[in-house]
Design a protein around this ligand. Structure first.
Ligand SMILES: [Cu+2]
Length: 354
């Protein structure tokens, strides 16, 4: 046990040595988007003299933990975007979207088709069976209690049957995000989007539509492709807060079953969980002025470690980084026996303070 904590503290000390110069190196604002920082790969070499062989796994851990490389993901054709001659909803990549798609195709559509065919059949039957030519003396029947009860009750039962999953879906859509969800504040501007990350150092990414040439160069659909995407982690809840700085916009991504108005002076909140990594496109869906049709949305969902790396590439902070750096100073100082470790602890202090 004691040996384990001792090696752990060496590990922390080594980590501190790695983080300290990196923290200093990262002090100036990070370069804008898509400029991968190679420093993470170089850093472990610097720590090598401090804590010989035992610390090697810790160095590797530090290297992955501080990865800050990012290359925009190439979109998959037909995924998260409209398709040629598509009639149905786009394929869904969130649980709520799948539920809603099921409600539409397996509940509503069959009921609508059945009712339409029934009414059409009744009309044809009445037109032929009770036509004037075949009925010189028209029927004088005015009431039929049994039929009246049926045609009141059956529609009521159908509506109740539809209401149950509809209200369930509605309630699920209003479910707030858990406290530890990643927050993205989406701001609509005339005519582009801003995405800020208050949980990750509050940096803002400004997202503009790509020109036709640039979109083609990147292999992305024109009028959906943007220069800087809204990057989020896949497979975990995200809290999206929408607002606007000028007029009402609407943040909508069809394949994620997500649409929420962005209203000036107000913040709307909704949870989103994206099932798998990918690029998902959307558009502003509230008429907001001359270039309303030219402020597309591109959401890029990444695995957690890649998302953290993207946050670092934007100059943001990742929660795990701070947790790893903070306890480094305390245990290292408590168990210090050699001068080398003392130096490591001292080096850790500024990193922890930051
Ligand atoms: Cu708009």
């Amino acid at each position: 046990m004691a040996f384990a904590s001792w090696t752990k503290s060496i590990g922390f000390a080594a980590l501190a040595l790695v983080t300290a110069p990196m923290a200093l190196a990262q002090t100036p604002p990070a370069p804008p988007v898509a400029a991968p920082t190679p420093s993470a790969q170089v850093a472990p070499a610097a720590a090598a003299p401090a804590a010989a062989a035992e610390a090697a796994p810790a160095d590797a851990a530090a290297a992955t933990a501080l990865d800050s490389s990012y290359t925009p993901m190439a979109p998959t054709a037909g995924k998260g975007m409209p398709i040629e001659k598509g009639l149905d909803f786009q394929q869904q990549y969130s649980e709520l979207g799948e539920y809603a798609h099921w409600l539409d195709t397996s509940v509503l559509l069959p009921i609508i088709v059945a009712i339409s065919l029934l009414v059409l059949g009744l009309l044809i039957w009445v037109m032929i069976r009770y036509r004037a030519a075949a009925n010189p003396n028209p029927s004088r029947v005015t009431h039929n209690t049994a039929i009246e009860i049926i045609w009141t009750l059956v529609p009521v039962l159908i509506l109740v049957g539809v209401a149950v999953p509809s209200i369930d879906l509605l309630a699920k859509q209003y479910k707030p995000a858990p406290a530890d969800a990643v927050t993205v504040k989406v701001t609509g501007y005339q005519w582009y989007w801003g995405y800020s990350y208050p949980d990750n150092g509050d940096f803002e990414v400004v997202s503009n539509m790509l020109s036709k040439e640039d979109a083609e160069k990147r292999g992305e659909p024109f009028q959906l492709a943007v220069d800087n995407r809204m990057v989020v982690p896949a497979g975990e809840p995200i809290r999206i807060i929408t607002t606007a700085s000028d007029v009402i916009h609407s943040f909508a991504v069809p394949s994620l079953w997500f649409k929420m108005d962005a209203v000036p002076g107000r913040s709307n909140e909704k949870m989103l969980t994206i099932k798998e990594p990918g690029v998902y496109y959307g558009q502003c869906s509230e008429l907001c002025g001359a270039r309303h049709g030219f402020m597309p949305i591109a959401v890029e969902a990444l695995p957690r470690d890649k998302f953290d790396a993207w946050v670092r590439s934007q100059g943001g902070t990742v929660k795990g980084d701070q947790v790893a750096a903070a306890p480094a100073a305390a245990p290292a100082a408590a168990t210090t026996t050699s001068a080398a470790q003392g130096a490591a602890a001292a080096a850790a202090a500024p990193a922890a303070a930051q």
